[in-house]
Design a protein around this ligand. Structure first.
Ligand SMILES: Cc1ncc(COP(=O)(O)O)c(C=O)c1O
Length: 366
């Protein structure tokens, strides 16, 4: 028997594209490769972070299973955002909670994904046998509640919105998002992974509605992408259903304890976030000076830009940068984003290197 005969045909169809082209490639940041493609936060002082990790090592007992509900992390997050512990689910990255929402609340039904956006909503809904309907943003990459609401039908189970949106970078208007929550009568998953870099958060609204699930992560502002910890906030009954489908020990003890310690040091992390915002301003200004580049404003730790005014394609620019040792994300294949690329805001030296190589790439004959 072939291994592939063990998979039913629908699953095979869903997974085969991913098997050919893994979402995140090899993930190698070596000395010769600068990774500016995953929106990690390298402006966090690594030695500060490692000092906290050493303290974590003293506190945990790796021989024991971690607390099932998130333990010290759950308590710390509850105090941080001002919600009860039963209104919070801690996950192995916010990715895990996206998948749980797809599994529990969408299942084989339909989900509206406000697009172009983070690809994992589509992925998790699809691998859990759901159907994705994309609702496009308007020309200025803003959310139109009327547009989204017009796509809701009797099969719609959930609506996924990312704000600030990855990869466009913009945070949507609070009123438009809340109108979708209030008028759709469906689960709204609002992913605020990048909200710490943006003007406002709707996290406090999550517990006022019974159909709003807000996702946050420690991977971005707190630089814990490698430890995998994120959380969802919402109505306690919704959280209970999500927890019912979660693997018991999905969040490891290092991540749980580190989460508590970074929140104790939140003022220091706020200063790192301010650095990102400063660096974003600088990078945006530099990009705006390059001929043939159009930039989009960002409320996140990345910038979307478009290659314009010629035959040059974003794919070629990404390849050219890769050859120079810089990895960015070509987003040109997403709806509305022809010829667009996304670059993560990094430290000044890396940003300079990127700008220099992009300038060179844009000067080369097409
Ligand atoms: C919009 C968005 N949501 C969620 C995630 C996943 O975050 P986590 O590391 O918490 O799984 C990402 C990662 O890049 C993201 O861009």
């Amino acid at each position: 028997m072939n291994v592939s005969d063990l998979i039913d045909s629908r699953a095979k169809e869903l997974l085969s594209a991913n098997r050919r082209k893994r979402f995140y490639g090899e993930l190698a940041e070596t000395e010769s490769m600068l990774r500016m493609s995953l929106n990690e936060n390298v402006l966090i002082d690594k030695s500060f972070s490692n000092t906290l990790l050493q303290e974590v090592a003293k506190r945990i007992d790796a021989r024991r299973y971690p607390s099932a509900k998130g333990g010290t992390a759950l308590k710390a997050i509850s105090e941080y955002i001002g919600a009860w512990e039963d209104q919070i689910i801690v996950g192995n990255g916010s990715d895990e909670i996206i998948e749980l929402a797809a599994k529990v609340f969408v299942g084989g039904g339909e989900a509206i994904v406000v697009s172009p956006t983070f690809e994992m909503y589509k992925f998790y809904v699809s691998v859990n046998r759901g159907i994705v309907c994309e609702s496009l943003l308007n020309e200025g990459f803003d959310l139109s509640a009327s547009e989204v609401l017009s796509e809701v039908n009797e099969r719609t189970k959930a609506i996924f919105i990312c704000s600030p949106n990855n990869p466009t970078g913009k945070q949507f208007s609070r009123d438009e998002v809340l109108r979708v929550v209030e008028d759709s009568d469906r689960l709204v998953v609002l992913d605020e992974a990048y909200v710490d870099f943006a003007p406002y958060s709707l996290t406090r609204e999550a517990t006022k509605y019974n159909n709003l699930l807000i996702l946050r992560t420690f991977s971005k502002a707190f630089g814990l992408a490698g430890l995998r910890i994120g959380y969802g906030v919402g109505d306690s009954e919704m959280i209970e259903w999500l927890r019912a489908a979660q693997s018991p020990f999905s969040v490891n003890s290092v991540a749980q304890e580190m989460c508590k310690i970074v929140l104790e040091n939140r003022r220091v992390y706020e200063s790192f976030v301010n650095k990102v915002k400063e660096e974003r301003k600088y990078l945006l200004a530099e990009l705006q000076m390059i001929n043939g580049i159009k930039t989009f404003d960002s409320d996140a730790n990345f910038i979307l830009f478009r290659v314009i005014g010629g035959e040059r394609r974003s794919e070629d620019v990404a390849k050219r940068l890769m050859a120079a040792g810089i990895e960015v994300r070509d987003r040109g294949g997403l709806p509305m984003l022809s010829n667009c690329l996304r670059v993560t805001v990094a430290d000044w030296t890396s940003d300079q290197k990127f700008v220099k190589e992009l300038e060179k790439a844009m000067r080369e004959p097409q």
